[in-house]
Design a protein. Structure first.
Length: 121
């Protein structure tokens, strides 16, 4: 297997790439050790991981629903949510007009009108 240098380091000499990679590994190991010290936890180890049943459920899990959007800030998330609900309201209004037979109907950009009912003949 051949490893390629990180794109941001490809112009650096090989020994500098190795040094930087070692620095990153050292930083990750240091942060992990600090976290273990603060929380009083230790890694399970490979033997304990292999003993686990892959079909077991966690004892506790986070029950909150996934967010509609992942965003940089609460303001951006709120703006996205408001735009989504405006889109949804416009779509539902257009669908109701179509269902009532009011033509022509314009659906919001990026949406598809619902299928019309099949009429046998």
């Amino acid at each position: 297997m051949t490893l390629s240098p990180s794109p941001c380091w490809e112009d650096l000499p090989a020994d500098e790439q190795k040094r930087r990679a070692a620095d990153v590994v050292q930083e990750v190991e240091s942060e992990a050790a600090s976290h273990r010290e603060k929380t009083g936890t230790n890694p399970m180890g490979s033997a304990a991981i292999r003993k686990q049943n892959p079909h077991d459920q966690p004892e506790r899990s986070k029950k909150s629903p996934a967010p509609l959007f992942h965003a940089v800030s609460k303001r951006v998330r709120d703006d996205l949510r408001a735009a989504y609900y405006a889109f949804l309201a416009a779509y539902r209004e257009a669908a109701e007009r179509l269902k009532a037979g009011i033509l022509p109907v314009v659906f919001p950009a990026g949406s598809f009108p619902p299928a019309l009912p099949f009429v046998g003949g």
